[in-house]
Write a new protein. Structure first.
Length: 274
């Protein structure tokens, strides 16, 4: 199956072109993603190249919106060439069971811990886009709960571009440029194994889990953020209007913020050596 679409797919009323060949490709990718992720809500059902009218009756549109709600910063029911939704769909497709990834290709990513946490980063309040501040802003990353002092590992080769620096509730953060993306490892201890300017290798120990002071929730975790590097400047922004948004609610983060969930889901199969 060719993994290119010539026009947009999805909601008719939003101008989607819905060429049959393009619709079939998107439907196939969604069906594969549903199987890979164990997420039936993003399964479009039939792969028949059709988008129902009105779109409220379309299983494909529902699947697109469910996928966007989970992995993107905007839910509009449309998949367009070059869009964030299209890019994440392609990334998901590359991780289907028949697309074997060699463990030796460490640039594909390690999980940031040697074990997988008991608490799921896909569920609130740990999940990306969970409401914060009474719904005034959204959670900009995924939280991985581990005891204070647990070693954190680099998810890929890269260069430390900033840190450690003060981050949140007396914890600290590192920013590492991993080539195709930038990661912020937040809520860590002040003393780190690497500092700005250091080169890191995938799986290398870089820091330890910190402890948040002054809040009334479980407070030992790695707060993990990802950016696609299509923007520049500080990762945290003070103005909501200048921030990445989802459903008109601000993340208070740079506009190239992306959802880490899909990457964490695939990296969990590639744990760094203890």
């Amino acid at each position: 199956m060719s993994l290119q679409i010539s026009g947009s797919v999805g909601r008719w009323e939003k101008g989607a072109q819905n060429l049959k060949a393009d619709v079939r490709i998107v439907q196939g990718l969604l069906a594969a993603a549903a199987k890979t992720l164990g997420a039936p809500e993003i399964d479009p059902g039939a792969v028949d190249g059709k988008i129902s009218r009105p779109p409220a009756t379309s299983d494909t549109v529902k699947a697109i919106e469910a996928f966007q709600g989970r992995f993107t910063t905007a839910v509009d029911g449309v998949v367009a060439p070059g869009s964030q939704t299209w890019a994440v769909l392609l990334e998901t497709e590359s991780k289907t069971p028949d697309k074997q990834e060699t463990v030796s290709n460490v640039s594909q990513g390690f999980f940031p811990f040697t074990t997988v946490p008991a608490a799921s980063w896909e569920k609130r309040p740990l999940a990306f886009a969970s409401p914060r501040a009474g719904g005034a802003r959204l959670h900009a990353g995924c939280d991985l709960y581990f005891p204070v002092g647990t070693a954190i590992h680099a998810v890929a080769d890269g260069v430390v571009t900033r840190g450690p620096y003060a981050f949140y509730c007396e914890t600290f953060a590192l920013e590492i440029d991993h080539g195709s993306f930038l990661a912020r490892y937040g809520e860590i201890q002040s003393k780190t194994d690497v500092v700005a300017g250091a080169r890191v290798q995938a799986g290398q120990k870089i820091a330890k889990v910190g402890h948040l002071i002054g809040i009334k929730v479980p407070s030992d975790m790695l707060h993990f953020e990802l950016y696609d590097k299509s923007a520049s400047g500080s990762l945290t922004v003070a103005s909501g209007s200048a921030s990445a948004m989802k459903n008109n609610v601000s993340f208070m983060r740079r506009k190239d913020l992306i959802d880490p969930t899909l990457n964490l889901n695939r990296w969990r199969e590639n744990l760094p050596p203890a």
